[in-house]
Write a protein that binds this ligand. Structure first.
Ligand code: AMP
Length: 424
């Protein structure tokens, strides 16, 4: 399919050409005509597949054709889960909108920075608002913006926005929007519970599911390396030197680990910075800009960096700590191998995380050999098959992806079971 046959206007075809896009990606071919027809869309396609263009291009066309009196009324609202994604998506709208005959105003708003400049910039209204939910609500409460004229709502990384962490804020925002509107929900992953919730919010949606075909699959080589937990930083340094990795994005489980490992690497004269939710927004922006400009070699990040970020020519992602779920694994490794480039995703697996890794692998439909790097042969043995509190073996092949430590519920169940057996 060509961009012409998607139904895009001449000015947007110019925008597409100016960006060097020759043919629409599969999600764009499917979504652009549906969005142009005003349909709701539930779109799922792998990360880096051109999702932003899939909603931005047809929605810009709707604004291009809108009557003048509807301008600067926040007709288009795009919600995203992280501040960095707000900037990235907002900038994508700005650069695509440059080619339209009429100037459109894109406002990017997110928390963690002073609200006043954002309020000032919203004076006189905006056409497109790209926002994280919390700050958007703050701006509504300060009367800096009204959502009463929103014609189209986009949830980017929709599964994240629809899950519990954002549920309350999202519900409050939805209550402020007109009933009559177009809804576009996009994400790389849509767990079934989230899909069911999405269905209740969408009107007769066009469902677009782009199955990754071999030629569309990001070119990511996935590797798993067995290593003792205490030697992971050394192994990371060894791999960086051996493979001459230019830039590496390293994922860890906690802010503390991010700080600690960045510190260790800096002591070894490696230019590294942590990236997590407790840093000031100024610092987060700086770290990301330095990383994108290759001024920084290693970023040690929590999952706040796992979604949506488009860092071109990022050759390597390392799971220093394994992700909690298979969905997080998909998002993390999707930071590399973007837009047709090659990438490597390496997971460090130690004795106590091997069972967890096998579950992620199973959910991903993968089967990776556990490699051993000479000099880093693991000394620790895998724990014996896990047993529950009442001494029964746990079958880890049937679930429990968040680790095999018993949850509160497991403990309650075990306590109830042992109470029953003692009273019997
Ligand atoms: P996204 O999935 O929206 O984050 O896009 C991933 C990358 O693909 C971005 O760097 C886009 O600029 C690029 N991209 C989007 N659409 C196309 C296209 N039709 N052809 C080539 N590259 C594209």
């Amino acid at each position: 399919m060509s961009f012409i046959s998607t139904g895009l206007s001449p000015s947007l075809l110019r925008a597409v050409a100016a960006h060097g896009y020759q043919v629409p990606t599969p999600i764009q071919s499917a979504a652009i005509p549906a969005v142009l027809q005003g349909r709701d869309v539930l779109g799922s396609a792998q990360t880096g597949s051109g999702k932003t263009g899939a909603f931005a291009l047809p929605l810009l066309q709707a604004l291009e054709n809108a009557p003048p009196e509807s301008l600067r009324r926040a007709a288009l609202l795009v919600l995203v889960p992280t501040r960095e994604l707000a900037t990235q998506v907002g900038e994508a709208f700005r650069s695509l909108a440059q080619h339209l005959p009429r100037a459109l105003k894109v406002s990017i708003v997110f928390g963690g920075v002073s609200i006043n400049p954002q309020m000032l910039r919203l004076r006189g209204g905006a056409d497109i608002v790209v926002a994280t939910p919390g700050r958007l609500l703050d701006l509504v409460h300060h009367n800096a913006i009204s959502l009463a004229q929103v014609k189209a709502l986009v949830l980017d990384e929709a599964d994240r926005l629809l899950d519990l962490g954002f549920a309350e804020e999202l519900a409050r925002i939805l209550a402020l929007l007109p009933q009559q509107r177009q809804n576009l929900f996009f994400s790389a992953t849509f767990p079934p519970a989230v899909q069911a919730l999405a269905q209740t919010l969408l009107r007769d949606p066009v469902r677009i599911e782009i199955q990754p075909e071999p030629q569309n699959l990001p070119d990511i080589v996935q590797r798993a390396i067995a290593v003792d937990a205490g030697r992971r930083t050394q192994l990371l340094r060894h791999l960086m030197a051996e493979h001459r990795w230019g830039r590496v994005l390293v994922f860890v489980a906690t802010k503390h680990a991010a700080e600690m490992i960045a510190d260790k690497l800096r002591k070894a004269r490696i230019n590294a910075e942590p990236f997590h939710g407790e840093l000031s927004q100024g610092k987060r922006t700086q770290v990301l800009a330095d990383f994108k400009a290759s001024r920084l070699k290693v970023v040690i990040a929590t999952d706040v960096a796992a979604r949506g970020l488009d860092i071109s020519q990022l050759p390597v992602v390392v799971n220093f700590d394994l992700p909690r779920s298979a969905v997080d694994y998909t998002h993390r490794i999707g930071r590399t191998g973007r837009a047709g480039e090659a990438g490597v995703a390496v997971s460090f697996v130690s004795a106590d995380t091997e069972a967890h890794f096998r579950l992620i692998e199973k959910r991903q439909g993968l089967s990776l050999p556990l490699e051993v790097v000479p000099g880093f042969e693991p000394q620790q043995l895998a724990p014996a098959a896990p047993v529950s509190l009442d001494g029964q073996p746990i079958d880890t092949s049937t679930g429990g992806i968040k680790g095999k430590r018993p949850s509160k519920k497991d403990k309650l169940r075990a306590a109830a079971a042992s109470a029953q057996s003692t009273s019997a």
